[in-house]
Design a protein around this ligand. Structure first.
Ligand code: PEP
Ligand code: MN
Length: 337
């Protein structure tokens, strides 16, 4: 349930509501909007029955939230959340573009990629140092050494770093280097990991699990929000279907569907979503047309020799061309890039 405060409610009145909510053994999540403050209650809502919350000073209304994802829902917050992480901003009029290789392979590779994607207009650098690979025999990433290379690429370009964390024990380490903690598709329902990143203040990029429904996806985001971390970006990266002409099937209806139900920004990954470099530009443009708040795209100096995901990875000229098209589409839909 949510408690909607009156537009003229004072901070003391909000604090009083919070204290009352806590005394009912419920957790308050305060959402400060431009017009009014909303307090979302998380916990066993039966505790709030007949508690007189609606009669507290400054309270305009107490309303049930029908969606199971309470803090993520549009009912709790009507204005879009804008997530800012260093050079990256996602959720406002200007789209965020996160680009870089699937994996960090060497200092030279990541610095070269960072400079090239920045020149083409990317606003953050991606690169996996901890890689969750389908096969235990595939390249697992450079781990902390890779994080250090990312830090050097950031020092040279100013681009914020988006990199994956695969286990709760690594969160503190990855946080020291990352501007955004990426939770990979395989870990979308790793609830202990979601709780661990929920306790931090570092923005989170949560990828949709390939077999997860959008409702499960939003409930995974809710774990992070309920832990106290409000800086969550959702990423549609394709789902598993019977279709095999693409690596995954990229359902772009997810973008407007999510926008109708959550205030969290939505970005699209056309690289994993298609698995083929020659399909990435079109699907990136389609994502922007569908209202995506940002893109995450794999780009490498030499995709043919990439340590992972080379076949879906763009080279620098392809990325520049993709950006040019997406810029035009963004303008057509009233955004910029
Ligand atoms: C990645 O971004 O390289 C990655 C592993 O993505 P996903 O978790 O979506 O498969
Ligand atoms: Mn990849």
């Amino acid at each position: 349930m949510i408690i909607v405060m009156r537009a003229e409610a004072t901070q003391e009145q909000v604090d009083h509501v919070i204290a009352k909510v806590e005394s009912l053994k419920l957790r308050p999540h305060v959402i400060v909007g431009t017009e009014r403050t909303v307090v979302a209650l998380v916990g066993d809502e039966r505790n709030a029955a007949d508690s007189g919350l609606d009669r507290l000073p400054g309270v305009a209304a107490v309303m049930p939230v029908l969606a199971p994802y309470k803090v993520a829902s549009r009912e709790a917050q009507s204005e879009p959340t804008v997530v800012t992480a260093g050079s990256l901003s996602v959720g406002g009029a200007k789209l965020g573009v996160i680009a870089g290789p699937c994996s960090v392979e060497s200092l030279e590779q990541i610095v070269e990629a960072a400079k090239a994607v920045k020149a083409a207009g990317a606003t953050a650098l991606r690169g996996g140092a901890f890689k969750p690979r389908t096969s235990p025999y595939s390249f697992q990433g450079l781990k902390e050494e890779g994080l250090k290379f990312l830090a050097e690429a950031k020092a040279q370009t100013g681009l914020g770093i988006v990199t994956e964390v695969v286990s709760p024990e690594d969160v503190q380490l990855v946080e020291r280097y990352a501007d955004v903690l990426q939770i990979g598709a395989r870990n979308m329902q790793n609830y202990r990991l979601l709780e661990a990143v929920g306790k931090t203040t570092t923005p989170v990029l949560l990828k949709r699990g390939p077999s997860a429904t959008v409702e499960e996806f939003l409930l995974a985001a809710e774990y992070v929000l309920a832990g106290g971390n409000r800086n969550v970006m959702l990423c549609e990266r394709g789902i598993r279907t019977f279709e095999s002409h693409t690596r995954f099937t990229l359902p772009l209806a997810t973008v407007p569907w999510l926008h109708a139900r959550t205030h969290l920004p939505v970005i699209v990954d056309p690289s994993h979503g298609t698995g083929h470099a020659n399909l990435v530009e079109s699907m990136a443009a389609a994502s922007v047309a569908a209202g995506a708040d940002g893109l995450i795209v794999e780009v490498h100096p030499d995709p043919k020799n990439a340590a992972s995901d080379g076949s879906q990875t763009l080279d620098f000229p392809m990325f520049t061309k993709m950006m040019d098209l997406c810029r035009r589409i963004a303008t057509a839909v009233g955004r910029s890039l």
